[in-house]
Design a protein around this ligand. Structure first.
Ligand code: ATP
Ligand code: MG
Length: 583
């Protein structure tokens, strides 16, 4: 069986659309579970065992698990065996510090090897790992450490001095700070991680781990309000494995690059776990976005599968680089995107630029893994999120305070809901049981997103329920409008909000970043409005346009429409702990 790139598919990989449908309905988690070994002396799963130990003790022992790219683009390799040993040392360090099952270990570092070692070591120990973005300021760090009852924090000297030291008085439960780049212990509380690792034994016995044991704590992006702490369990590894295999099309020998930081769920589920569980090589670049650097990493590392986000794709689209002319990208066979809607324009740009469409997929911090996706085997409808993964049941529904009614009519907008029970479903919002309960109605999880399903079963993102605009009796999703505005040749990025207006309810306003070489003037405004009107009709097209240099975004790259709205209306900005500071 071959996919479009001529690569032979491993058994079970979805071969074509028709079979995909059959396969989707005959799928069982139990069957898939057989591909994982489970811990030898017990039933159940431990993420780190599946990701590391079984490979390190098998034929992948000397395969590169983690390739860490340095600033000068040279790299350092860690085999499965290396990471296995180092993470066992880390687990032993936690034992020596008295850390117990379920207690929280946080990391606040850049994408350095210690972060990956700490994550996997914590999972071996059955403590709970919580990675934070190193760019957070002291207050967001404090909020997360205290909400998450952090016992241990892994960080660097610089981040400790600049951001953490000042918080210590307010964090009495934080017992140890492990500095990744300090050779000597500072005091009883602030310790040298290299020294502890050196002294620790490199064999660790993974204790019995139930699939329901907590494993990871992730804070949401804070796009719609105060970030929530979503708790995930070890059983989630089944989802990481399956989505790696089916959506990201991982095959033996593959080189994979996920550009997300582990401070965001994508950077953990797919930047750490999924590639390792599938036994392939995971590339990690510690630097921030840089178009030329990124294209050369794709070339130099012979990346086969690349997982990135719309914000990065839009930035690449703004550049005048034809990567295929300048770089040898013959190894690249799949590009996937997540985090925000991927505009149809971007999908087509991928086709033109790389010779393959960029495949969009949808999921959330709460879902722990990819839920809806465009597969290699499917006809891609640009602008659609694709179809639910085998074993995942999605639906569109009317939702009231107490009930849900599933909408079967195609193309009708409603709430996107998911049937409970996929392995990586979050098991709680930390210290917010009420909110957790409220996100379910019976057997269904309410995602908070609005979408449509077409007659072929493809899902189309409409917007977040919170962002929906009510204009002249129409319900308009920002994405629908942005998608059209983005088609205009001068537009690089767009964000649409509803601005209260006495007669029509809300007026559609678009904030637009222009591509280089275009002038932000009244003529341009009229031109874009005219274009949108032609495509969308006057009721839904933007009535106001503001040109801006940058859109406010979260650190995971999502446009913060609520902030644009608050600023527009002169209201308080709300929680902006995850706001990316633009230069
Ligand atoms: P918060 O819940 O704190 O407001 P957030 O929802 O942005 O933040 P994440 O869990 O990181 O936090 O993001 C998930 C959300 O991102 C989804 O609910 C959806 O709104 C959006 N999203 C992710 N992928 C896609 C996609 N492919 N298409 C459209 N939207 C997407
Ligand atoms: Mg959310």
């Amino acid at each position: 069986m071959q996919n479009r790139s001529g690569i032979t598919l491993s058994p079970g990989v979805v071969p074509n659309l028709k079979d995909y449908e059959v396969f989707r309905h005959s799928f069982t988690w139990q069957d898939e579970q057989k591909f994982l070994d489970g811990l030898p002396e017990q039933k159940g799963f431990n993420i780190a065992y599946e990701a590391l130990e079984r490979h390190a003790k098998g034929k992948l022992k000397d395969t590169v698990a983690l390739r860490w790219i340095l600033k000068d683009k040279t790299f350092k390799d860690f085999t499965y065996y290396d990471i296995h040993k180092l993470s066992s040392r880390f687990a032993n360090v936690l034992t020596s510090l008295g850390i117990k099952k379920g207690e929280r270990v946080f990391a606040l570092t850049g994408r350095i090897p210690e972060l990956y070692i700490a994550a996997l070591g914590t999972l071996k120990k059955t403590a709970v790992f919580c990675p934070l973005f190193s760019v957070f300021g002291p207050e967001p760090i404090f909020q997360r450490l205290s909400k998450g009852d952090a016992k241990v924090l892994v960080t660097t000297k610089e981040l400790f001095e600049k951001k953490v030291k000042q918080l210590l008085d307010r964090l009495p439960m934080l017992q140890f700070i492990l500095l990744t780049d300090e050779e000597l212990h500072v005091n009883d509380k602030v310790l040298s991680l290299p020294r502890l690792l050196e002294e620790a034994y490199d064999e660790f016995f993974i204790p019995p781990t139930d699939p329901e044991d907590p494993a990871l704590l992730h804070f949401t992006s804070g796009t719609t309000g105060i970030p929530k702490g979503a708790l995930h369990v070890h059983g989630a590894v089944l989802m990481h494995y399956i989505t790696g295999k089916y959506v990201l099309d991982f095959h033996e020998g593959d080189i994979f690059w996920c550009t997300a930081d582990p401070g965001w769920v994508t950077g953990t589920s797919y930047g750490i776990i999924a590639p390792l569980v599938n036994g392939i090589t995971n590339v990690v670049d510690a630097e921030e976005f840089d178009a030329v650097r990124w294209y050369s990493i794709l070339e130099d590392q012979k990346v086969n599968v690349w997982y990135t986000a719309p914000t990065a794709i839009r930035r690449l689209m703004r550049m005048d680089i034809q990567p295929k002319e300048k770089y040898n990208l013959e190894h690249l066979r799949l590009i996937c995107s997540v985090g925000e809607p991927l505009h149809a324009e971007a999908v087509l740009w991928g086709e033109k630029t790389f010779g393959m469409p960029i495949l969009d997929n949808w999921w959330q911090t709460e879902t722990g893994g990819i839920m809806i996706a465009n597969y290699l085997s499917m006809k891609v409808k640009p602008g659609s999120m694709g179809k639910p993964l085998p074993g995942v049941e999605a639906a569109i529904a009317e939702v009231t305070d107490t009930e849900i009614e599933i909408i079967t009519e195609p193309n009708k907008q409603g709430h996107l809901i998911l049937k409970k029970g996929w392995p990586s479903m979050f098991r709680s919002y930390l210290h917010d049981e009420e909110r957790y309960k409220k996100s379910f109605r019976g057997d269904w999880y309410l995602t908070g997103d609005l979408a449509k399903k077409d007659k072929d079963g493809y899902y189309w993102f409409v917007g977040r329920a919170d962002d929906i605009i009510k204009s002249s009796g129409h319900m308009v999703g920002p994405f629908e409008v942005e998608n059209i505005v983005m088609e205009h040749p001068a537009v690089a990025e767009a964000a649409v909000i509803g601005k209260p207006e006495p007669i029509i309810g809300e007026l559609v306003k678009a904030f637009i970043v222009l591509k280089k070489g275009f002038t932000a003037d009244e003529k341009m405004q009229l031109d874009i409005i005219g274009y949108a009107r032609k495509k969308l009709g006057a009721a839904v097209a933007p009535k106001e346009i503001a040109f801006v240099n940058e859109l406010p975004k979260t650190k995971s790259g999502k446009i913060l429409r609520r902030l644009l709205k608050a600023r527009e209306l002169g209201l308080p900005e709300g929680d902006i702990s995850t706001l990316e500071q633009t230069p």
